[in-house]
Design a binder for this molecule. Structure first.
Ligand code: 39A
Length: 210
């Protein structure tokens, strides 16, 4: 394996996303994805699902309701996904900042930059890219611990998050036309990044010893 296109092909033939939504992340392109991207830090996705269910039950899955949420209730709702006090405070402040800077979620989706996201407390590169890719539909590939570990198993070492991200994006960009032909229908670069990241996560979950 020499580039990310070959990695993509290796994963594609395993049909890892057969039972997943089109863009892999549930409720792609909605505000819920922003919340999920924060909650998934340092925990399993199944725990995030429980927190999201609670938030829906308490009617807290919108920019407006989360900005004004009663903190103890928010803490209670997101308890399953851990770091409850820190994540609750950060989520609430993030929502207030989004409202203050962009007004509403739709404008945030259109206008937010990576630089703005990285200035928010609790948002690092991986979370920023998850929000950009899955909530704002931008052409940004997410690379995470799974990606690092998988590539390490193939003998690759990267010096930084950015270097790994560029390696992943480059092979997909360079072979974009070939990938479209493979699918047999139009697919956007954003959708490809979503699916590529999803395939990596699902592969690593199925192969924990890699
Ligand atoms: N680790 C993960 C996930 N595992 C996931 N899904 C399964 C659907 N998402 C959306 C984010 N992070």
């Amino acid at each position: 394996m020499t580039n990310s296109y070959e990695l993509f092909l290796f994963l594609k033939e395993k049909n890892l996303l057969e039972n997943s939504p089109l863009h892999w992340w549930p409720n792609y392109g909605t505000f819920e994805t922003v919340v999920g991207a924060i909650l998934t830090q340092n925990t399993k996705w199944t725990n995030v699902e429980k927190s999201l269910q609670n938030l829906h039950q308490y009617n807290l899955i919108s920019l407006e309701t989360l900005s004004h949420a009663h903190l103890p209730l928010l803490i209670q709702a997101i308890t399953p996904s851990g770091f409850k006090n820190q994540k609750a405070t950060r989520l609430k402040v993030l929502c207030q900042n989004i409202q203050h800077t962009f007004g509403d979620f739709e404008t945030f989706q259109e206008e937010v930059s990576r630089t703005w996201l990285l200035k928010q407390k609790g948002i690092g590169e991986e979370t920023a890219d998850a929000i950009l890719c899955y909530a704002c539909k931008k052409e940004e590939m997410i690379v995470d611990k799974y990606t690092q570990k998988l590539l390490h198993s193939f003998g690759f070492e990267f010096e930084s998050y950015e270097e790994l991200k560029q390696w992943c994006e480059y092979g997909i960009n360079e072979n974009f036309d070939k990938i479209i032909q493979l699918y047999g229908y139009e697919i956007t670069l954003n959708q490809l990044y979503c699916r590529f990241h999803g395939k990596i996560v699902e592969f690593m979950k199925q192969n924990p010893r890699v």
